[in-house]
Design a protein around this ligand. Structure first.
Ligand code: GLU
Length: 475
């Protein structure tokens, strides 16, 4: 069996997001599962749509996620052609002219205006999907002083079949397709032509891509046939949709779309890899947390889903929280500290031990790094808000409780978690209070918040001075 070779072939018209990452990742898993090669090729023929920095950014984010190509234009291998289409314009042109010589394609001199006029006439006649009228095929007059497109001669009434890994056998009738352009008048090949030349040059065995490309596939099959080349195995992944069942995009409600945004918000690459692998693919058991290595091992191309997958931000966050829980305390604090909003929380004067202890209070509950900022105010300039005050009011007159607490805390020599725990217990016994009746007023008066992590530890970390100030502010 030939070595499997799969590729991710982005156009540098945008950045890495959930959708194209899923394509890259499935190609990667498919290749690696079979000890094959994963290739990154840049499809930059649509020069006007290229976005500055998109290639670098895609590379960088793929590397961060651990989707590392064996070959790319950075690490090319001899014998497989160029890894960037813009370096192959001459190659495509030669191939296109070869088809013209063989009578499988022809030069079309029709202008854009002529084509548009003909299209409108066809529509006026009730033709829903107009096709090129073959004017230049029928009156062959070659005149290379005029600009021309090269059009492929679509065989008439022929059925093309592919055996798609996801959908099984899919048939296309060539009568749905008009003679299409393979080389534009500016000398640049179209996507459907260049992609075939590249997949052939690179000895690609499997093409895994989004289902939006399925309608391109018959055109590509025709080109393989014209050259007498064996086509690769196709695998068209079903759509990823948002909660409203629309294709996932940057406009999809709460969904974070771009990988760079996940990085900025403190998601872990392992977690993103993990979640995206479950979009349109599933393992044969209920397990949900997988490392990259496990996924490579258990990947099975028979388990691609035939229906669209719904992107679920809640699940993404949950998977990230599971990966954060798995981190060592040291790795966790080193990671989360980067996401503290320093304009809101000035940690410059705090010692490392204090910062780490505060961060660790939230290890079990953080869903992503930047979420730490929702929790830190109790350690800085928190004020009592009206809602919290109302909660406190539910407990009636708490003045005795608060003054006892204030006195005992101010007398405490060592302001440690242990001592504070004992102290709260004593107050409960002395004043005959327990449970919520004891702990909620203590929590609100010391932290000015109704919610928070372990109380005694939190109080010790807020520090004596600030805690006493808090209590006196609401007495
Ligand atoms: N450049 C195409 C895209 O970005 C890739 C198509 C393919 O994989 O054949 O959608």
């Amino acid at each position: 069996m030939n070595k499997f070779r799969l590729r991710y072939a982005p156009s540098p018209t945008g950045f890495l997001h959930i959708g194209n990452t899923r394509t890259a990742l499935m190609n990667y898993l498919f290749a690696k599962h079979y000890n094959g090669d994963f290739i990154l090729r840049i499809e930059d023929t649509d020069v006007e749509r290229n976005v500055d920095g998109a290639i670098e950014s895609q590379f960088d984010n793929m590397e961060w996620l651990g989707i590392i190509p064996d070959e790319s234009f950075r690490t090319p291998k001899d014998g497989f052609g160029k890894y960037m289409q813009s370096e192959k314009f001459d190659v495509y042109k030669d191939y296109a002219l070869k088809l013209v010589e063989q009578g499988k394609a022809y030069k079309c001199y029709c202008t854009a205006e002529e084509l548009e006029k003909d299209r409108e006439e066809q529509i006026a006649k009730g033709i829903i999907a107009p096709q090129y009228n073959r004017k230049c095929l029928n009156n062959k007059v070659e005149d290379d002083s005029k600009p021309y497109n090269v059009r492929f001669i679509v065989p008439e009434n022929k059925i093309y079949k592919i055996n798609d890994v996801v959908r099984g056998e899919v048939e296309f009738n060539s009568k749905e397709i008009g003679d299409f352009v393979i080389l534009k008048s500016n000398g640049i090949a179209t996507y459907n032509f260049a992609v075939v030349i590249d997949d052939y040059d690179m000895k690609i065995t499997h093409v895994v891509r989004g289902e939006e490309h399925i309608s391109n596939t018959p055109r590509q099959c025709m080109i393989y046939e014209a050259f007498g080349w064996t086509e690769p195995t196709f695998c068209h992944l079903t759509l990823i949709v948002d909660e409203t069942k629309k294709k996932l995009s940057k406009r999809s409600g709460n969904a974070v779309f771009f990988i760079s945004q996940y990085r900025e918000q403190g998601y872990l690459p392992e977690a993103i890899f993990n979640y995206i692998s479950l979009l349109g693919w599933s393992p044969n058991n209920e397990q949900e947390i997988f490392s990259k290595e496990e996924l490579v091992k258990i990947f099975d191309e028979k388990r691609f889903s035939k229906s669209p997958s719904t992107f679920d931000m809640v699940k993404m966050k949950w998977i990230n929280s599971q990966w954060m829980k798995k981190m060592s305390e040291e790795d966790f604090t080193k990671f989360v500290i980067n996401f503290i909003d320093k304009t809101k929380f000035d940690i410059s004067s705090k010692d490392a031990e204090w910062i780490n202890s505060v961060l660790l209070l939230f290890k079990k509950e953080l869903e992503f790094g930047a979420q730490i900022n929702d929790h830190l105010d109790i350690f800085f300039d928190k004020e009592l808000d009206s809602k919290t005050k109302e909660v406190l009011n539910e407990f009636g007159d708490v003045s005795e409780l608060l003054s006892t607490l204030e006195n005992k805390l101010s007398e405490l020599k060592e302001f440690t978690e242990e001592n504070i725990k004992v102290l709260i217990k004593e107050i409960g016994v002395d004043l005959n209070k327990k449970g919520r009746e004891l702990f909620m007023p203590v929590r609100i008066s010391t932290t000015l918040s109704e919610h928070g992590p372990e109380l005694a530890k939190t109080i010790s970390l807020i520090g004596k001075e600030k805690v006493l100030k808090n209590i006196s502010s609401i007495k």
